[in-house]
Ligand binder design. Structure first.
Ligand SMILES: [Zn+2]
Ligand SMILES: [Zn+2]
Ligand SMILES: [Zn+2]
Length: 276
C-alpha cells in the first residue's frame, strides 16, 4: 500500500488547520504496488509522489501500470515515466476505452505514447486486465463522477486470497444498483473478495465546511459503518482508504478510529502489505 490519501494528499496544499499543520508523517495519494511470484511489478495509479512511493515499495521498475480513472491524484504522476524523469520504455499501460481517449486527446500523454513510453491496452468492466501464473487482475465498472473518464475498481486474485481496490465512488446506492446487489456484503460476496479496500474519503457529511458535498460525492465512512454493522464470521476484511486530509481516521487516538476497530473493520496504513 503505497498511499492512503485522497487526491490532494496529506498535508493538503493550502490547509493551515491542525489536520495538516501538525503532522509528523506525510500520506501520499492512493496507490498499490503488486509484485508477482515471477518478479513482475504492477502499479495501480500514477501519483506525483512516485519517487517516495518507490521507496516504500522497495522497487523502481514498473512492468505494468493500471489506472482506475482520470481524477487528479490517480494520474498526475504519469509524466514522471517520460523523458524528463524515468525515461521508461514499453510499460504496459492498462486503461479503459474512455481513459484511452483522454490520453489520446491530452498532448503531453499522447506524446509519451508516441515516444514509446507506454504500450496501451484497453479493458472494459468484467475483463481480465492481467494474468500470470496464479495471479490475475479483473476490472469492475464503478459509477463515479465522470467529467474526464469512467471509473473501474480492480480485483487482484492470488493463489490464496483476493483483494478489491475500490478507492472512489459516488454513493453505495449507485454502486450496488450497478451490480444488482442490495447490500455491501452481497456485493463483496458476489465479487468474491477476502480483503476490500474501500472509499473512506470523508468520515461524515459535514466534513467540508463551506464546500458543497455534492461537488465531491463519496459515501461517508459513518454511512458505510451503519450499513455494515459489526463484522461477522465469514465477512471479508474491510479497510478504509483514500482519506481526505480532514478525516479523523488519520488520528489513531480518535474516537472515530476506535469505532471502526470496535466494529471489526480497519483503516489502511501506508506501507501495509498483503500476501495474496
Ligand atoms: Zn480519488
Ligand atoms: Zn488539512
Ligand atoms: Zn475520483
Amino acid at each position: 500500500m503505497l498511499g492512503i490519501a485522497q487526491d490532494g494528499g496529506h498535508p493538503q496544499p493550502g490547509c493551515l488547520r491542525p489536520c495538516c499543520a501538525n503532522i509528523t508523517e506525510p500520506h501520499y495519494p492512493v496507490s498499490l504496488g503488486i509484485r508477482s511470484r515471477e518478479g513482475t511489478n504492477l502499479l495501480i495509479e500514477a501519483t506525483r509522489y512516485l519517487g517516495e512511493q518507490f521507496a516504500i515499495w522497495g522497487q523502481t521498475k514498473v512492468d505494468h501500470l493500471l489506472l482506475t480513472h482520470a481524477h487528479l491524484g490517480h494520474v498526475d504522476g504519469l509524466g514522471l515515466f517520460g523523458r524528463e524523469a524515468l525515461a521508461a520504455r514499453g510499460i504496459e499501460l492498462h486503461v479503459s476505452d474512455d481513459m484511452y481517449h483522454l490520453i489520446d486527446r491530452t498532448p503531453q500523454w499522447n506524446l509519451m505514447h508516441q515516444q514509446g513510453v507506454f504500450n496501451i491496452q484497453t479493458f472494459t468492466g468484467g475483463d481480465f486486465v492481467f494474468s500470470q501464473g496464479e495471479l490475475s487482475i479483473e476490472a469492475v465498472r464503478i459509477p463515479h463522477r465522470a467529467e474526464l473518464s469512467d471509473m473501474h475498481a480492480f480485483i487482484i486474485r492470488g493463489p490464496s486470497k483476493s483483494l478489491l481496490f475500490l478507492t472512489d465512488h459516488d454513493t453505495w446506492n449507485e454502486t450496488l444498483t450497478a451490480h444488482n446487489c442490495s447490500s455491501i456484503r452481497e456485493l463483496l460476496g458476489k465479487l468474491n473478495v477476502d480483503i476490500a479496500l474501500v472509499d473512506g474519503t470523508f468520515w461524515s457529511e459535514n466534513e467540508l465546511p463551506g464546500r458543497n458535498q455534492a461537488q465531491v460525492p463519496h459515501p461517508p465512512v459513518l454511512q458505510t459503518l451503519n450499513m455494515l454493522g459489526e463484522k461477522k464470521q465469514g465477512d471479508p476484511d474491510i479497510i478504509f482508504t483514500h482519506l481526505n486530509h480532514t478525516n479523523p481516521l488519520y488520528n489513531k487516538d480518535s474516537e472515530q478510529y476506535a469505532e471502526v476497530e470496535r466494529l471489526g473493520w480497519s483503516v489502511a496504513h501506508q506501507g501495509q502489505r498483503f500476501n495474496l
